[in-house]
Design a protein around this ligand. Structure first.
Ligand code: 5AD
Ligand code: SF4
Length: 445
């Protein structure tokens, strides 16, 4: 590769989960600390980082077509950008990317991106650089302070996964479970709040597996961290995602009854309602043990919104087993969900299992599941009508004078009035739609 001038502008394109969004923000901060600024809207960037996701279908193909588009646009403009591939596809297929895409200068895995500046120096000299090592935790110590962002901030507390569900690439791309130490997390949260965050979303592939030593040297789980975070002045809301049923500690459930700032929302994937399928998925829980956890949450916080993830068409899933999934959906009554067709991920045990389900059957099951989930979401929204709650304003709405924000139950609410982004506005939920609600600000008495 030819040497190039060091980049002055960047663009980070993050795909996939919120963890990737967090990583994208941290990469941006790292570049910002070196004087590299975001490319203005509509202009080409000198450096483009594709922060990729590998969890479902065609991830790698999408990366190659994005690279192709960037190369084409660069040729047209007479100035090819430096291209870096980050995220889980970089981790899983780094070498392959370097072979197949000569236009890529940098391949950097999710645990190595703190070394991006050195890699950029190499790239400017015309050398290609790959770093997909997984040094536990080093990344967080090497990153600069948090920059100002919107009212909701992400904070990665835990990364990686030791569960090895048979369909999932995460244990291979993100590595073993690691928990960031308590002190650094509190410090990062305080900085986020100083920078204007009102809400912190604690992130982890198995966020409720987080454990550490608190400021008094006690061993605590996520609940302990949440209790301490709740003491930060100016922080109004705490959320966490994603949890695994087997890591659920009673203290976390109890925290929903003790900590006002902890929002009444739980994302707890079940994936399937069939015990045979759950076993084949190596989920290590049953439909019943999952339902018991939900019951415990509801005993403490009856209004809690439950969200989940589902996979339809796992290898060997019969019609009766799929119906078990519909049954668990009916029992839980979800507020919002993510559901997917099973997608064989290279290198995972399920990819080579027999009885892969035909695409038409998968599509049919997904459609039936999604229509049931949509009904439930609508019902949940309708049941909220008449409630008065605080809405955290995230942005302006479509119409002039309109604002958009989130209710405590993570519903999108739009309303009018004289407000600003970051305000917590008391709103009465007046009308429900399938995916959002209209709120009215009560007149002052
Ligand atoms: N196929 C389909 N969905 C998957 N997920 C993870 N791996 C796969 C796969 N191979 C889904 C799970 C998980 C969510 C993040 O993505 O539902 O909870
Ligand atoms: Fe993947 Fe299962 Fe780990 Fe979730 S718990 S990241 S689905 S292996």
């Amino acid at each position: 590769m030819k040497p190039v001038a060091p980049p002055q502008t960047y663009r980070v394109k993050s795909f996939g989960c919120q963890m990737n969004v967090y990583d994208g923000e941290r990469m941006a901060e790292l570049l910002g600390a070196r004087g590299i600024v975001p490319a203005p809207e509509g202009e080409d960037a000198d450096l483009v980082i594709l922060n990729t996701c590998h969890i479902r279908e065609k991830a790698a193909e999408k990366v190659y077509s994005d690279i192709g588009r960037l190369v084409f646009a660069g040729k047209q403009a007479g100035k090819p950008p430096l291209i870096a591939v980050a995220g889980c596809v970089a981790q899983a297929e780094g070498e392959e990317i370097m072979k197949r895409a000569p236009a890529v200068s940098i391949v950097v895995g999710p645990q190595a991106y703190h070394r991006l500046p050195e890699m950029l120096e190499k790239a400017a000299k015309g050398e290609r650089a790959t770093d997909t090592e997984m040094p536990a935790i080093a990344k967080f110590d090497a990153l600069p302070a948090r920059a100002k962002r919107g009212p909701t901030a992400f904070l990665t507390v835990q990364e990686g996964c030791d569960k090895f569900c048979t369909y999932c690439v995460v244990p291979y791309t993100r590595g073993a479970e690691i928990a960031r130490p308590f002190k650094g997390l509190i410090a990062e949260a305080e900085r986020l709040v100083e920078a204007g965050a009102k809400e912190i979303m604690l992130l982890g592939q198995n966020v409720n597996a987080w454990a550490g030593e608190d400021d008094k040297g006690r061993r605590v789980g996520l609940a302990g961290l949440i209790h301490t975070l709740a003491k930060i002045d100016g922080l109004e809301r705490i959320r966490y995602t994603t949890s695994h049923p087997n890591d659920m500690e009673d203290a976390l459930i109890a925290a929903h009854g003790e900590v006002d700032k902890l929002m009444p929302y739980l994302h707890l994937p079940v994936q399937s309602g069939s015990d045979r399928v759950l076993k084949a998925m190596n989920r290590q829980h049953t439909a019943d043990s999952y339902l018991k956890i939900i019951e415990k949450f509801r005993a403490v916080r009856p209004d809690i919104a439950i969200a989940g993830d589902f996979i339809v068409g796992f290898p060997g899933e019969t019609e009766a087993e799929f119906e078990d999934t519909l049954r668990i959906v009916d029992e839980v009554r979800y507020a919002a969900c993510f559901s997917f067709k099973y997608s064989p991920r290279p290198g995972t045990p399920a990819a080579t299992m027999e009885n892969q389900i035909a695409p038409e059957e998968m599509a049919n099951r997904l459609q039936r599941l999604q229509s049931r989930l949509a009904e439930q979401q609508y019902a949940f929204n309708q049941a909220s009508v008449g409630k008065t709650c605080k809405v955290l304003v995230e942005r302006t709405g479509r119409d002039p004078g309109q604002w958009l924000g989130k209710s405590p139950w993570l519903q999108s609410v739009h309303f009018e009035g004289d407000h600003a982004i970051g305000d917590l506005v008391e709103v009465t939920l007046a009308e429900a739609g399938p995916v959002s609600l209209r709120g009215v600000v009560p007149a002052p008495v």
